[in-house]
Design a protein around this ligand. Structure first.
Ligand code: C2E
Ligand code: MG
Ligand code: MG
Length: 772
């Protein structure tokens, strides 16, 4: 189970931020309830100063990535504190007369400015200025709307009762206006999901709302619009100070100055709210302010104009943002993020478009498929980031070697394509390809070290308006030609022609074959071998199958010759031997029916002459606790003829282990019984070519089979007929003296789990297919 760091200990305990909040709130409330009596101003100053000290001290200790927003906020709190103290000293509260001292305001308003810049510092979408601007505009719209409402419903009606100046009205209005602006800005920042709803940010929202409530309360109190008990008026401010300090105490404070993701924003909500405010407020004004005075009109018109401008700006910004995100998304869908080049999708679209255009002249389109040589090695030895740098530089060189009308695309790891337009001849394209190869031969400088790189390029041509070729086939053709270069020693160019297709298919298959065993793509099927005429099972031949990821299930004829050619046969052969013997051991543990059955495994010449076959066979049998008689090894005549002396010696050794030896497909090639004599074979498998012709009466094959059987008997070798498909063939084979049969008549090759069933039904008396 995962443990939260210090989880058990912390549970139920308040964090430092929590303790500070609780204590600060309690003291603030006590103060406002008048518990400190005449000491209230001292208590208020104490709360403010403590908060400022805690804030500054904590920020200094925690050292977030950027100090300046915190420094500005601390400075702003100092100024606001100063304003409070001054106002108290000058007794300006409730004084709206023309000679009211504006000194405290001169201190406070710069404080709001500092606070604004500091809070903007927390909306660090540093790479995305529009988003920050949007938040500021939203704040401004809200502020203007509030000031309009404040002007109409509060200042105008009440200030008229006193003989006050417009300057004082505006100063009074400036406070809540500034604080609602800050509130909207902080709230929008907190709502940005990129901030993952950091608690510190929400504490900040709470602190700013304290400021806003305090400002509204003070504005109303100044004009005697409401009468609050003297102590209560300062409560929101006191709570605001305490909360601001708690913001810094919360561990999530560090995230506030961290850069956030630029796409992780949902601007819609904010846009709708601010637009709604902007639309509702003028409507309200129209309803309430029909008979306004001149000075009133000036203020109203100015505020409304400012709001209209802010709203228009906001909408322009919103549209621009939407437009830009659309552009970014479109770019991402069609470009490679590393090199900035078009990606495969874009390249294929471009190619399709070109092929669909009508032919206007004799020029053609050439597609170059470029693959860096041994790039995997570069990546593995230099590391991925240097590999990326190399790819970026390669991309630049490719781009600088072709015309603007040609498209260079990156379609995979180290694979690039270049669409060359207006190619007049084959040599024209070849020249460009050679030029590209030459440009890549200059060493690349990466982290101060130089690296040499080469590439293989395949070229395929198509004409505009040629409906016979699709973008996809053209890419495959160029890829095929590139593969050809790779196999011819890399670092070169080849032009595609049809004759390359089969060879490339083979090369690809060869590459896949190397991984087939490791990836578990091989499996064995088993075909029963039965005694004639009873039809009861004596053994089963293991036949390999390859489930290829693209070509599906493949038969041995489709890959064993290739495996022999490229040497993979040793690995495959070892696997078949292990698997076949292991399977027989498993069947023997499951059912007594298998006690006397053997498994027959095909051995290729390469395996026979590999030198360690006897040892391997011995080991595998020992591992599974089986005796030699449990295994039969099948070899074709051609294999034995390669080196008769060596083959005979190895087979002798295998015989000493008790292993059965079968000569497979006898008659298919040499049909030399004289040779057979030299080998210690125990079985001879008559090729199915003879068997299929047996049904013809008195055919030559009947005589051949009769002769094979007769001579085998003389040499004390049992015979197995291959490819028995009908009961008539089986009967004839038995008549000719053949001992055993194998073929579809009895069972097709089946999966391991289906074999016990097949064996059981063949052994059941009612299903005996040939009667004596
Ligand atoms: P094979 O050893 O002569 O195996 C018998 C082949 O005849 C099998 O084809 C089997 O499916 C097919 N067969 C069986 N009964 C009938 C029938 O009644 N009618 C007809 N028309 N065909 C029948 P498969 O599995 O395609 O194997 C082909 C050859 O591939 C095998 O010939 C064998 O030489 C080789 N092979 C199979 N597995 C291995 C292996 O694990 N290692 C090596 N080196 N060669 C293998
Ligand atoms: Mg065989
Ligand atoms: Mg055979």
């Amino acid at each position: 189970m995962r443990k939260r760091p210090g989880g058990a200990q912390r549970r139920g305990r308040l964090s430092p931020a929590g303790v500070f909040l609780l204590a600060g709130y309690l003291i603030s409330i006590a103060m406002c309830l008048g518990l400190f009596g005449s000491l209230k101003p001292i208590a208020y100053t104490g709360i403010g100063l403590t908060s400022i000290l805690v804030l500054a001290g904590t920020v200094w200790r925690r050292r977030p990535s950027h100090l300046w927003p915190w420094a500005l906020i601390t400075g702003a709190l100092v100024l606001l504190m100063g304003k409070g103290v001054l106002r108290h000293a000058l007794q300006t509260l409730g004084d709206v007369s023309a000679n009211r001292s504006l000194l405290p305001d001169a201190l406070a308003l710069p404080g709001y400015l500092l606070l604004t810049v500091g809070l903007i510092g927390f909306s660090r979408w540093s790479t995305w200025k529009d988003r920050r601007l949007g938040i500021i505009l939203d704040g401004m719209i809200a502020a203007l709307a509030l000031s309009l409402l404040g002007w109409i419903f509060v200042l105008q009606p009440f200030l008229h009762q006193y003989d006050s100046t417009i300057a004082i009205s505006l100063v009074l209005l400036a406070y809540p206006t500034a604080s609602i602006f800050l509130f909207v800005m902080t709230l929008w920042t907190a709502l940005n999901p990129a901030h993952k709803h950091a608690p510190a940010l929400w504490l900040l929202v709470a602190a700013v709302s304290g400021l806003f409530l305090g400002d509204v309360g003070h504005m109303l109190a100044e004009m005697n619009a409401i009468r609050l008990p003297g102590n209560l008026i300062d409560l929101p401010y006191a709570l605001g100070y305490v909360t601001a300090a708690a913001t810094a105490l919360h561990p999530s404070m560090r995230t506030l100055t961290e850069r956030t993701s630029r796409y992780n924003t949902k601007p819609m909500k904010g846009r709708i709210v601010t637009t709604a405010i902007a639309l509702i407020v003028p409507a309200l004004i129209a309803t309430y302010r029909l008979g306004a005075s001149d000075s009133d009109r000036v203020v109203l018109v100015t505020l409304m104009l400012a709001m209209t401008v802010a709203t228009i700006l906001r909408l322009v910004l919103a549209l621009r943002t939407a437009d830009r995100s659309e552009q970014i998304l479109a770019f991402q869908a069609y470009h490679d993020s590393l090199t900035g080049l078009p990606n495969r999708r874009r390249m294929e679209e471009e190619l399709s478009d070109l092929l669909e255009q009508p032919a206007v002249d004799n020029t053609r389109v050439a597609l170059l498929y470029l693959d860096l040589d041994r790039f995997k090695l570069v990546n593995d030895t230099l590391g991925h980031s240097r590999g990326d740098m190399l790819l970026t530089q390669v991309a630049k060189r490719l781009r600088s070697n072709v015309r603007d009308t040609d498209m260079v695309a990156r379609i995979g790891g180290d694979e690039f394509t270049i669409i060359l337009n207006y190619i007049v001849s084959r040599s024209h394209a070849l020249d460009i390809a050679e030029r590209i190869l030459a440009s890549l031969r200059d060493p690349f400088m990466i982290d101060g070290l130089s690296y040499n790189v080469s590439a293989s390029i395949g070229i395929a041509f198509a004409s505009r308006g040629d409906t016979g070729v699709t973008a996809e086939t053209l890419v495959r053709y160029a890829d095929t030609a590139m593969y050809h270069v790779k196999h011819d020693g890399r670092d070169g160019v080849a032009v595609f022609d049809e004759s390359m297709l089969p060879r490339v298919a083979e090369l690809e298959l060869e590459r896949d074959l190397h991984y087939a065993v490791g990836l578990g793509q091989l499996h064995l099927v088993y075909q029963p071998i039965v005694a004639l005429p009873s039809g009861s099972v004596v053994g089963m031949e293991a036949l390999v199958r390859w489930t290829h990821p693209r070509h599906g299930s493949m038969l041995p004829a489709q890959f064993i010759p290739l495996a022999e050619e490229c040497g993979v046969i040793n690995e495959i052969g070892r696997w078949v031997l292990r698997e076949g013997v292991g399977q027989l051991a498993a069947w023997r543990r499951q059912a007594t029916e298998f006690a006397n059955l053997y498994v027959s495994v095909n051995l290729s010449g390469i395996q026979l002459y590999s030198g360690d076959i006897v040892e391997r066979v011995g080991d595998i049998l020992a591992i599974h606790g089986l005796d030699g008689r449990s295994l039969c090894l099948e070899l074709t005549e051609s294999v034995l003829m390669e080196d008769t002396g060596a083959a005979a010696a190895t087979l002798e050794e295998l015989r000493r282990l008790g292993v059965r030896i079968a000569i497979d497909d006898f008659g298919a090639e040499y049909s030399s019984l004289a040779y057979v004599k030299q080998f210690p074979a125990t079985l001879l498998k008559i090729d199915r070519a003879f068997v299929s012709n047996l049904e013809r009466p008195n055919g030559a094959d009947t005589a051949v089979v009769a002769a094979i059987v007769a001579m085998s008997r003389a040499l004390n070798i049992a015979t197995v007929a291959e490819g028995v498909e009908s009961a008539a063939q089986a009967k004839r084979l038995h008549d000719l003296g053949c001992d055993m049969g194998q073929g579809y008549l009895y069972s097709r090759p089946v999966e391991a789990q289906a074999l016990p069933m097949a064996v059981a039904s063949l052994n059941a008396p009612r299903l005996r297919l040939v009667t004596a």
